[in-house]
Design a protein around this ligand. Sequence first.
Ligand SMILES: Nc1ncnc2c1ncn2[C@@H]1O[C@H](COP(=O)(O)OP(=O)(O)OP(=O)(O)O)[C@@H](O)[C@H]1O
Ligand SMILES: [Mg+2]
Length: 274
Amino acid sequence: MSPAAKSTPATGPLLVVKDLVKAYPNGTRVLNGVSFEVHAGDVFTILGGSGCGKSTLLNILIGVDAPSEGSVHVLGENIHQLPRPKRATLMRDVGVLFQSGALLQSLTIAENVALPFQQHHPEIASDRELLEDTVMMKLRAVGLSRHADKYPRELSGGMKKRAALARALALDPKLLISDEPTSGLDPVSTKEIDDLTITLSRKSGATVIVVTHDLLSFQRIATRGIMLGAERDGAVRGTVLLSGTKQEFHASTHPLVRAFLQPAEDLAAAGTVA
Ligand SMILES: Nc1ncnc2c1ncn2[C@@H]1O[C@H](COP(=O)(O)OP(=O)(O)OP(=O)(O)O)[C@@H](O)[C@H]1O
Ligand SMILES: [Mg+2]
């Protein structure tokens, strides 16, 4: 068992975010007292308009950026107070799919998916055949085994997202954190990514945190979530407008939540949404 796994509470939330504030040096207060918890089995969705601070929040959750105030406990550890090597060990249990996909352009899809093994599992990476078999298994799971030797520039947007998903899930993480995994995709590719995210995370036992402003994705995959106030929302910018189950979101009478959800609910009511 890894040190990170040992420190994971047997029960209790996988992620605890408390009173998070993020102010950039230019004075922009992007997050303003954000608190929430994510529990095992959740597909926890972070909703909010463009520029409301979703990526900022994710960067803080994975330790890439530091909060101005507040704390983040991932798998029972306060990640911003962990020494770097311990944080790296902990983050082996957290798969991340960045908003941009962040595939290395100079590497093939197979080489991109091999990276986490090279970083964290030298015993697998040093056995070429085992590494190749493992990577192919991961690519097969997202339907990309025939494209293993292609470079990211040779793939469509949807294929790139699937490759990034395969890399994020490569080490069977306990938490999958996914930043707009369907942005820029057509509705069919969006559904493919949603379905893969759910199927593969269920299979590997990963709890999912997904940032989206795709309301159809929210309806399809979310169990619980939060919605953040955007810049255009004035005083509530960077605060949690609503935290709850998907059903509580649909039942909410909060005017900003209504304005966000209504278009998708109208489409669903008209029977145009699968
Ligand atoms: N390094 C930075 N310095 C100053 N301001 C920043 C920095 N990074 C982000 N911001 C600002 O913080 C706000 C939130 O940005 P962020 O990227 O977190 O939003 P987002 O909700 O992910 O948006 P989108 O839906 O477009 O991806 C924006 O106003 C952005 O300009
Ligand atoms: Mg973003």
